[in-house]
Design a binder for this molecule. Structure first.
Ligand SMILES: Cc1ncc(COP(=O)(O)O)c(C=O)c1O
Length: 397
């Protein structure tokens, strides 16, 4: 039985649109991530999962430890449900959530918030001023792990932290040490230009070579700079963790002695954007099914829904991929539609009203903002349906 037959059979009782998670595919992805992490713990990036029961399953597997959350309200909610060791990896400007954190010693012991400037310290201080009790706030400093060349005229990597050099990091660590109520426990440096950029982009050999060159140079630069920063900060604070990397960079990031743990999430679902790496291959695990609702002509079908674009620079790479049956493509004038999506190609000839077309999202967790549930498929059986964040009424972004 091929994958399409398995998925159709497992979900025969469901009406599309719906989303599934192929558990065997996810287990294979887990094994690959854990192998690539070579013994260093993987902090699971919740933005790439967005389902509490799936996070629980992942954390029950060997090799995973702690959560990398994306907002403080999310982290508080997860802590309230018993999750521990939660790093909010992006700065927060949510005064209410900060006050709630400071006022809840249990949550404050499990959650670490990320900063990159004394302005963040001032903001947090003001937000928690009225909290009673006022628990100590655990902090992580975010570092700029981007790649810069040609005297700053070329830059690759996320525009995030202004903290790039050891003296800057040490300066911020010293400022934290002087302020009561804060404890610096971690450093984080995400090299998105390696972890999040495929080094085997399709159809453009020169671009692929440029990416590989940039990534190799960036990795060489980062191993030295990250090491120096960690040494400088360790003179000032007892760090519990130094986090780096992401799905696309694990084997490289774990080689750095200064890094104590890596982060990964996308690799569990293996969305479309992660097909273009030479260092690993994954198994598409999260899919969604849309029903064929009409046939404009013999080699075109129109499915319901589909316009679930991924974040990032807008363009074809952010569209979902019509996956099964193979060989379907978008109509150039319509793309993935708000309510309906025409799909062209020979494969359309065999599709009838009510048949499903299976899609992959370009990214991982954003899929769950569209669906209330993930239906868990084992072989050709549906074994359980679990709620997404959205299904629990939680939309954090
Ligand atoms: C701070 C941080 N670490 C790690 C990652 C990697 O996550 P993933 O493995 O889901 O791509 C990201 C993704 O953007 C990130 O922002």
């Amino acid at each position: 039985m091929d994958d399409r037959q398995r998925y159709d059979r497992a979900t025969a009782a469901l009406e599309p649109p719906f989303a599934i998670l192929d558990l065997a595919a996810m287990r294979a992805n887990v094994a690959e991530l854990v192998r690539r992490a070579a013994g260093k713990p993987i902090r699971v990036a919740s933005k790439s999962i967005r389902s509490r029961p799936v996070l629980e399953r992942v954390l029950a597997m060997d090799g995973f430890q702690g959560i990398m959350a994306f907002t403080l309200p999310e982290a508080l909610w997860l802590a309230g449900h018993g999750f521990t060791d939660i790093l909010v990896a992006y700065p927060t400007a949510d005064r209410h959530a900060l006050a709630a954190l400071a006022g809840d010693p249990h949550a404050a012991a499990q959650i670490t918030v990320t900063i990159d400037s004394t302005a963040h310290l001032d903001f947090i201080e003001a937000a928690v001023a009225g909290a009673r009790p006022r628990a100590e706030i655990r902090l992580c400093i975010d570092l700029d792990a981007g790649f810069v060349a040609f005297g700053g005229r070329f830059r690759a990597g996320a525009l995030r932290s202004p903290i790039r050099e050891p003296d800057q990091a040490a300066g911020l660590a010293a400022a934290i040490a002087k302020r009561p109520g804060f404890r610096l426990v971690g450093l984080m440096a995400y090299e998105g230009q390696i972890a999040g950029v495929g080094d085997a982009p399709p159809g453009n050999a020169a671009y692929a070579r440029a990416i590989r060159l940039m990534q190799a140079r960036s990795a060489r630069e980062l191993v030295l700079r990250r090491g120096r920063i960690v040494n400088a900060v360790r003179q000032i604070a007892d760090l519990e963790f130094v986090n780096g990397g992401g799905t696309g960079s694990l084997e490289r990031t774990v080689r750095e002695k200064a890094v104590t743990e890596v982060a990964a999430g996308s690799g569990l679902f293996h969305p479309r954007l992660f097909d273009f790496y030479r260092r690993f291959t994954g198994h598409p695990a999260a899919l969604f099914a849309l029903p064929v609702v009409r046939r404009p002509n013999p080699d075109t079908v129109t499915v319901l829904g589909g316009g679930y674009l991924a974040s990032g620079p807008a363009g074809p790479s952010r569209l979902p991929q019509p996956y099964l049956p193979a060989g379907l493509r978008y109509a150039p004038d319509e793309g993935a539609g708000e309510v309906q999506t025409p799909l062209l190609g020979q494969a359309a000839e065999d599709l009838r009203i009510g048949d499903r077309v299976w899609f992959r999202h370009a990214k991982a967790g954003e899929l769950c903002e569209r669906f209330d549930a993930l239906h868990l498929v084992e072989g050709d059986a549906l074994v359980e349906s679990v709620r997404t964040y959205r299904g629990e009424g939680q939309t954090f972004l």
